[in-house]
Each structure stands twice: as structure tokens, then as C-alpha cells.
Design a binder for this molecule. Structure first.
Ligand SMILES: [Fe+2]
Length: 167
């Protein structure tokens, strides 16, 4: 399977059985092109009341600075035609610098950081931009195969689908 936005050979297959998670999470059908009614640049479902003052800076949630390398994660949410999407709700969640999530299901041996919960959210601005201050997450063990680890990553649920990001 190959999507238009991915140059051939630039990414691994979206479903790759040796990496077990892809068999459950990878798309099994081609993406649907959904035509939104004009104007498409505003997500009316997003509400600014969902956002709290420190939701964009994950390093401010504890009593002192969290452990790890401070980073900025930013990008632009775009619609399928490349136009910026304003007021799109962008959420992030991630492991701490030791690779441990603040979640009951994460019980691996890495320590929790009492100053880092790993959750943030914001609405994109008029140019579709988002920006978070956070900590570079650590890799963590994952059951894809014996001694498998997931590389450092940040989860990005987003109310729009076309996005560029960088840290
Ligand atoms: Fe993860």
C-alpha cells in the first residue's frame, strides 16, 4: 500500500508483520477523500474552553522542572489540499525522559517523573500552527519481538489529518 503523500521507498510499509503493532494499527484500505463544505479552514467542533493555561508547556505541570532534554515541538495542521486549518484541536501525549508513561497500564521498570505527566493540548492559530514545549521522550520496551523497543516518539491525536511537525 502506498499513499500519495509518501514518496516510494521513503518510509517502511504501513503494515509490516515483523513489527506486530502495524498489523492492528496500520490502514488496510486506501484513505477516503472527504470533501468538507466551504469554508474548510475552521474546525467548529474545537472549543477554546478545552485549553488550560499551561496545556502547551508540559514542563510546567509539576513543582519543579522535569528530568530530561527540553524540546519544542511545532508544526502546521493542513487540510488535504494543503491549506492551514485554524482552531484544530491538537493533543500530544508521551512518555517521560526515561520512557515511562504516567498511566496504570505502563508498568515497566523505568521511573515515573513526579514533575512530568506527558499530556498537552492546544488549538491551532489562524495559520494552522501549533507549538508545544516538552521533554524529549525516552524509548521503551514493546512486545513486537524479543527485546524490542519503541524509539522515542510523541502521540499526536489531531482533529485534522494532514500535518507537518518537527522538533
Ligand atoms: Fe507511545
Amino acid at each position: 500500500m502506498q499513499f500519495d503523500a509518501v514518496a516510494p521507498g521513503s518510509h517502511p510499509p504501513l503494515i509490516y508483520p515483523p513489527y506486530k503493532s502495524t498489523t492492528k494499527r496500520g490502514p488496510s484500505q486506501e484513505p477516503l477523500r472527504i470533501r468538507a463544505p466551504a469554508p474548510v479552514s475552521t474546525n467548529l467542533a474545537a472549543r477554546s474552553s478545552l485549553i488550560l493555561p499551561n496545556d502547551t508547556d508540559l514542563t510546567l505541570h509539576g513543582h519543579s522542572a522535569p528530568l530530561g532534554e527540553k524540546i519544542v515541538v511545532s508544526g502546521v495542521v493542513r487540510d488535504e489540499d494543503g491549506r492551514p486549518v485554524r482552531n484544530s484541536l491538537v493533543e500530544i501525549w508521551q512518555a517521560n525522559s526515561a520512557g515511562r508513561y504516567w498511566h496504570n497500564r505502563d508498568q515497566h521498570e523505568a521511573p515515573l517523573d513526579p514533575n512530568f505527566y506527558g499530556v498537552g493540548k492546544m488549538l491551532t492559530d489562524d495559520e494552522g500552527r501549533y507549538r508545544f514545549v516538552t521533554i524529549k521522550p525516552g524509548p521503551y520496551p514493546w512486545g513486537n519481538h524479543d527485546k524490542a523497543w519503541r524509539p522515542a516518539h510523541i502521540h499526536f491525536p489531531c482533529s485534522a489529518t494532514c500535518m507537518r511537525s518537527a522538533w
